[in-house]
Design a protein around this ligand. Sequence first.
Ligand SMILES: Cc1cc2nc3c(=O)[nH]c(=O)nc-3n(C[C@H](O)[C@H](O)[C@H](O)COP(=O)(O)OP(=O)(O)OC[C@H]3O[C@@H](n4cnc5c(N)ncnc54)[C@H](O)[C@@H]3O)c2cc1C
Length: 281
Amino acid sequence: MRHLKELALPQSVDEFWEKKKQYGPSAVVIAGGTDIVSEPPEGVECLIDVRHLTSDSISEDEEGITIGAATTMDALTKSPLAARLGCGMLREATCRGWPIPVRSAATIGGNVAGGDPFADTPPVLLALGAQFLIETPEGPRRVPVDEFFIDYRKTAAEGAILMAISVPHKPAEGKGAFVKVAPAAVDKAMVNLGVYSEIVNGRCSNVRVAVGAVTRIPHRVKKVEDLMSGEVLSTELIDEAAETLSQSVEPMLDMRAPAEHRRSLLSAVFKRAVRSLAQAG
Ligand SMILES: Cc1cc2nc3c(=O)[nH]c(=O)nc-3n(C[C@H](O)[C@H](O)[C@H](O)COP(=O)(O)OP(=O)(O)OC[C@H]3O[C@@H](n4cnc5c(N)ncnc54)[C@H](O)[C@@H]3O)c2cc1C
């Protein structure tokens, strides 16, 4: 960061906006710094550390479970409340990979706000129908997860502060699973996937299937959700849904995996995730 002049630690939201005004687009938000330091944007003059402004606690009320944006992956892995989310799918996403020093610093806010398509928590939050609480110059906003990821490395938190993420309570019949495939245990994903469904007498409803590390943004695959909704979770259904999934995405090509390899991995991880839903039921 050749142009860096200041590391700002605002103690209030007003101070944050003052710094943003002072530096304009050359001011960049930082939390744990694990992403931004390894891939710094061009021309950054001021890093604004927002961890004093955002909570690092996990709490529950009658609507659901709320996770402060400054909560680290390590804290999520150890939290009994986070462990309840989607039958442990968030915990699964935060405990696979992540070298220990990275896991102790990396925050969930940074994992989603940076819009990294390879990040592990976005497919989980998409599958669980999370809401994002954002502080904007016009005041606080609540953004549904389906509107949060806008483009490659562009999210609704850009130019704002992501304060917290809330996940609504699910009924007892709600089952969830997260699966990630990476070249090595501590690598980012070649493919990751979150699946949620309510299952009563073997029949699926409120199905949500979300993929990451496949295209420029993590996203839900509605065609698969529609195919499964109302159906009995049979081997035939899982095979048909896996085929539909792999044909519904246009995988990107990068150094981690060729496009066709990603397509077949996606089909395999989907089958694994959905079978584990059935077992959890
Ligand atoms: C060796 C290594 C291994 C990794 N392994 C994994 C892995 O297995 N899985 C995985 O998903 N990721 C992995 N990562 C990526 C990285 O650690 C995560 O994306 C991390 O969660 C980012 O969080 P952070 O707090 O460090 O964010 P930062 O680096 O501080 O910020 C990341 C981005 O988010 C923005 N941001 C941060 N907080 C806020 C906020 N509150 N409001 C608005 N914008 C904000 C920043 O401006 C920046 O654009 C790895 C990274 C490294 C270096």
